[in-house]
Design a protein around this ligand. Structure first.
Ligand code: 13P
Length: 288
């Protein structure tokens, strides 16, 4: 079996009213834990990687080879797409060359006409290679240098214009933000989501910043067209808390507890458990 485009799994989720989880990976351990978790839950899923993480992992080709090889050597049977998260124009092209089966081109920081032009080019290129494409309208806020910006609201008319270019799924700001949500977060803006869903006429939508959004809000978003939910921070928090516990219990000082495979194991197990929990919560479990 091989990695697949994300289009079919997302269209199926859209029609079946559940969401495909898209988990960000950082290394071999992360990738393996995600693959084992989705296989255990019989869930189709997306493994995605930021451009920063691809640099950390040794480049686009190294990432594509790693995910492909683990998919096969672990005997994974559920559909998996390898997706570039928040790609630049050049990065998206390089990923398509390297064998990614899906890319996001994030042109939300360009003025709208430029975003549209560049989105169109990436959509054509990706489709010529059988890969799926996500584009973005209206930035997604987040925490940078300790300052949390509030989530932006995308313009429905602009969403329709990008949707009409033939993008496969669309990220649109609806008050969601990357990273942990502040105490005073206002929640998702369902009014705006409803307007966007109507404007794009049934195009599947993507919910960024999925970590920590209460499940009832995710479920409501799914009824309004969301079919892909991105999760990054939550896996990082789970991993780090589990490894911290290992050191706090001084397990590294017992026998060969310093072996990196032993040190990382609690973190890897914690990622797999969270992946399985989210597949159940998003309704993608047993949909493979
Ligand atoms: P979180 O880190 O908030 O889960 O957001 C992930 C994301 O949207 C990646 O694009």
């Amino acid at each position: 079996m091989a990695l697949v485009s994300a289009k079919d799994m997302i269209d199926k989720a859209h029609a079946g009213h559940y969401a495909i989880p898209a988990f960000n990976t950082n290394n071999l351990e992360w990738t393996k834990a995600i693959l084992l978790g989705i296989e255990a839950q019989k869930s189709p899923a997306i493994i995605q990687v930021s451009e920063g993480a691809t640099k950390y992992m040794g480049g686009y080709k190294a990432v594509a080879d790693l995910v492909n090889d683990l998919y096969n050597s672990l005997g994974i049977t559920v559909p998996v797409a390898l997706h570039l998260d928040h790609g630049t124009f050049e990065g998206a092209k390089k990923c398509l060359e390297a064998g990614f089966t899906s890319v996001m081109f994030d042109g939300s920081h360009f003025d709208f006409e430029e975003n549209k032009e560049k989105s169109k080019e990436i959509i054509e290129l990706a489709h010529s290679k059988g890969a799926s494409v996500e584009c973005e309208v209206g930035g997604i806020g987040g925490t940078e240098d300790g300052v949390t910006s509030s989530g932006e609201l995308a313009n429905p008319a602009e969403c329709k214009e990008i949707s009409d270019l033939g993008v496969d799924f669309l990220a649109a700001g609806i008050g969601n933000i990357h990273g942990p949500y502040p105490e005073n977060w206002a929640g998702l803006n369902f009014e705006r989501l409803d307007e966007i869903d109507k404007a794009v006429n049934g195009k599947p939508l993507v919910l960024h910043g999925g970590s920590g959004i209460p499940f009832d809000q995710v479920h409501k978003a799914v009824t309004l067209g969301v079919s892909k939910v991105n999760i990054n921070t939550e896996l990082q928090l789970e991993f780090t808390a589990a490894v911290r516990k290992y050191f706090e219990a001084k397990k590294d000082l017992e026998g060969k507890g310093y072996d990196p495979r032993k040190v990382l194991k609690p973190g890897v197990d914690a990622i797999q458990a969270k992946v399985e929990e989210l597949c159940k919560a998003f309704g993608s479990a047993n949909q493979a």
